[in-house]
Design a protein around this ligand. Structure first.
Ligand SMILES: [Zn+2]
Length: 308
């Protein structure tokens, strides 16, 4: 048997070396050293952990430590990342966010489940929970004063081009009504203290405001995120008819470039230094009293010298 073992491990190395298998099939991380023996994809350690939680779809093995028999190696050789992606990523909506290895767990897990478990992208024109142009549901929203999370009804509408939320279930008037083109949504699990924590940022009266929300279900919160991107995409398509799809895609929700605490003084530069939370987003530098406040301290974002 030793001969067969050696032969199949040599064949495995040949398949593994192919250029198409040099990046993780799910997050793009270089040099994957795990693979799914049922899907035929080469993946990184972190994505293999997600696959392991979906045993009905994927069986993962280490390429370095586990034994692969001839039949399994042949299966990998016949499939591999290029063939498998052509099947499971055939029809991804342009606005759908495809996470990379820098993204948080909930985004990466739901991307993997959307691809292989729910098969959301295998057929053209499939009805998807974020493609209707309208989404309504309850999200847990962080209260302004005591920081407690309370259930709030949110409504996203492509026809009205806005996102609203209501403080009472049966309220007719929304508490806020924000135009879709001034919204940014970004996952902030650590900051919000929940693995499904989403920060929604918007401009009102030239001030940046924040809403912090989560949903118990990772699928639901990622569906909300992609529904916002879908509505933004279609809104911008109408507003900028000559822009290409890719140009519009680049204007959808984005991650902040940099965030963290810095010490800042006042406008006279003689004031005592205070610890402030800074966020660099696009070309805007904002600062807040702490990471979870709704409203920015200053008005003049670019100058970074606002008074308090
Ligand atoms: Zn990966």
């Amino acid at each position: 048997m030793a001969g067969g073992n050696e032969r199949s491990m040599k064949a495995l190395k040949e398949v593994w070396k192919r250029a198409e298998n040099s990046l993780c099939a799910d997050c793009g991380k270089p040099d994957p050293d795990w693979a799914s023996s049922t899907l035929g994809v080469f993946i990184c350690l972190s994505c293999s952990g997600i696959h392991r939680n979906i045993p009905s779809i994927s069986k993962v093995k280490s390429l370095k430590m586990d034994y692969w028999d001839d039949a399994q190696v042949q299966f990998l050789a016949k499939h591999g990342n290029a063939v498998t992606k052509a099947i499971y990523e055939a029809h991804i909506p342009i606005y759908y966010y495809q996470p990379t290895y820098n993204d948080c767990q909930v985004l990466r897990e739901q991307w993997i489940r959307a691809k292989y478990e729910r098969k959301e992208f295998t057929e053209l024109g499939k009805q998807l929970p974020y493609s209707d142009g309208v989404k309504e549901g309850i999200l847990w929203k962080r209260g302004r004063d005591n920081g407690q999370f309370l259930p709030r009804k949110f409504l996203l509408s492509e026809r009205e081009g806005c996102l609203k939320y209501f403080t009472k279930q049966d309220a007719k008037e929304p508490k806020i009504n924000v135009k879709i083109d001034v919204i940014n949504a970004t996952f902030q699990p650590e900051k919000i203290g929940n693995p499904n924590g989403l920060q929604i940022t918007y401009l009102k009266d030239n001030k940046t405001r924040n809403i912090f929300v989560y949903h118990e279900s990772g699928k639901e919160v990622v569906d909300w995120f992609n529904a916002i991107r879908s509505v933004q995409f279609h809104y911008l398509k109408v507003a900028f008819p000559i822009a290409s799809d890719n140009e519009i895609k680049n204007r959808l929700t984005r991650n902040f470039l940099k965030e963290g605490y810095m010490e800042k003084t006042g406008p006279k530069q003689r004031e005592a230094f205070k610890k402030r939370w800074f966020t660099l987003d696009h070309r805007r530098l904002m600062y807040f009293k702490d990471p979870l406040v709704r409203r920015r301290c200053d008005r003049r974002a670019a100058a970074g010298s606002g008074t308090e």
